[in-house]
Unconditional design. Structure first.
Length: 455
């Protein structure tokens, strides 16, 4: 069946309307009411702002519709061949990051000749020019004149001081890149391919490590692993800022909590959260002195956290676990919850699950990705917002990060991001009954009410 002219026109219209919405968002800014040029290296006031819901949806629509339109109109072999060649993008970015090219160009608004850049980073001049020209063709860096390059709006995020540079190295360098090359061998292995054990991930196959990657990152007797773990912690700051992970701060009714409410940050000892914890003694010494903050080591698989807190906040925890481990962790939290306690589980950048203990009067919450399929269903049968047709209901390329993150979970720790049905099943086992999904754009919220515990 052929694609109708109306479908093409609808995609074009979606692109136009989404672009207009994003342009309006920029031009409404009182400080700098304009869309910054790609050549601009000065940060715009909106660069680190949390997108409002309608702006997040416009951005996802723009990316998804552009990708779908190209996939529709361009020859299939052209599209697939380009996908195969994406591997070199990763390699080039890794070279740029490790050589700190963006740093070299930082105070050179007129640019530097590739020969001068070559001298400063010790990469072959001719090879470096090919790398930079390829990235310039993708709007990363700017070729000012022949063989003279400068930073631009995108390359500024490759500065070694930017957390996204750490994320780039985490993905393009060890351990992620090396582990990813072992994915297919692991999937096809008759034993490892059907195992959910965290020590049987492609990462373990690649490194010969008998322990899960999170223990590897502790770096016991391995300085390189410790360095990678620290880099991952910094990377999470960039990841969460990029993906509006902190939208929960404005979307959840924190103001309705009673004075003196206790928040228990469960599992906050790794990633960017550990770095935030390290700043507490310096930034809030009085809070510690007054006993308003307490730190405690907890192995969530064998024990429970501090009892009777108002909110148990789990960040980047559940998606690291296979189902059995996840239900164990949630059960150990459940054991110490008061009647009005709530659980907030935050995973990566996307979803908020509202969980409620069996005898609770208020709904606790957890945050994670909600994986959404590409099959459109009637709106009255769908708990998740679907993109406007003919765009794929899951926004296609507009939400590709959640699928990339799911791949990372598979490669690095043999775990997964979950569909709504998966979360409902986890809730059912933990004695939680599904109520509704709250749409927060790239983030979603799933609410559970009390239910019976499965035997």
């Amino acid at each position: 069946m052929g694609c109708t002219a109306a479908s093409i026109s609808c995609l074009v219209s979606l692109i136009s309307n989404a672009a207009s919405s994003l342009e309006t968002y920029y031009t409404a800014n009182s400080t700098r009411p304009y869309v910054p040029s790609l050549d601009d290296t000065e940060p715009h006031p909106l660069d680190n702002e949390i997108y409002p819901l309608d702006v997040r949806q416009a951005a996802q629509t723009l990316e998804g519709a552009c990708a779908q339109l190209c996939a529709t109109l361009v020859r299939p072999n052209h599209t697939i061949l380009n996908k195969h060649l994406d591997v070199y993008q990763n390699a080039y970015l890794s070279a740029i990051l490790r050589a700190q090219i963006a740093d070299i160009l930082l105070d050179e608004p007129a640019g530097l000749s590739v020969s001068e850049i070559s001298k400063r980073c010790n990469i072959s001049e001719k090879k470096l020019s090919r790398v930079l020209r390829t990235l310039d063709s993708q709007h990363i860096f700017r070729e000012v004149s022949k063989d003279t390059f400068a930073n631009n709006r995108l390359s500024m995020l490759l500065l070694s001081s930017d957390p996204l540079a750490s994320m780039g190295l985490h993905v393009s360098d060890e351990p992620t890149n090396k582990a990813a090359t072992h994915l297919v061998d692991t999937l096809l292995d008759p034993e490892w391919g059907h195992s959910n054990a965290p020590e049987r991930a492609p990462f373990n196959r690649a490194f010969g490590a008998p322990i899960p990657i999170w223990h590897y990152f502790e770096g016991n007797n391995d300085p390189k692993a410790a360095e990678q773990g620290a880099r991952f912690g910094k990377a999470m700051i960039g990841w969460n800022a990029t993906c509006d992970s902190y939208a929960i701060a404005t979307s959840y009714p924190w103001g309705k909590l009673h004075d003196g409410a206790i928040v228990n940050d469960v599992g906050g000892g790794w990633g960017h959260i550990s770095m935030e914890l390290e700043s507490w003694p310096k930034e809030c010494p009085q809070a510690i002195a007054d006993g308003k903050i307490e730190f405690k080591f907890v192995d969530l698989f064998v024990e429970s956290p501090i009892a009777n807190c108002d909110i148990y906040l789990l960040k980047n925890v559940i998606h690291l676990m296979p189902d059995k481990a996840a239900t164990t962790a949630l059960s150990n939290v459940r054991k110490v919850m008061a009647a009005t306690s709530r659980v907030l589980v935050r995973e990566s950048d996307f979803m908020i699950l509202h969980l409620k203990p069996i005898d609770a009067r208020l709904s606790p919450k957890t945050e994670d990705y909600i994986m959404q399929g590409g099959v459109r269903v009637p709106d009255n049968e769908c708990n998740l917002k679907q993109a406007q047709p003919p765009l794929l209901p899951n926004y296609g390329g507009g939400r590709i990060r959640q699928y990339r993150t799911d791949a990372a979970m598979m490669v690095l720790c043999n775990s997964q991001e979950r569909t709504l049905d998966d979360f409902i099943q986890l809730g059912r086992i933990a004695g939680l009954e599904f109520v509704k999904v709250w749409d927060l754009g790239e983030i979603g919220a799933v609410e559970f009410a009390p239910g019976s515990i499965e035997k």
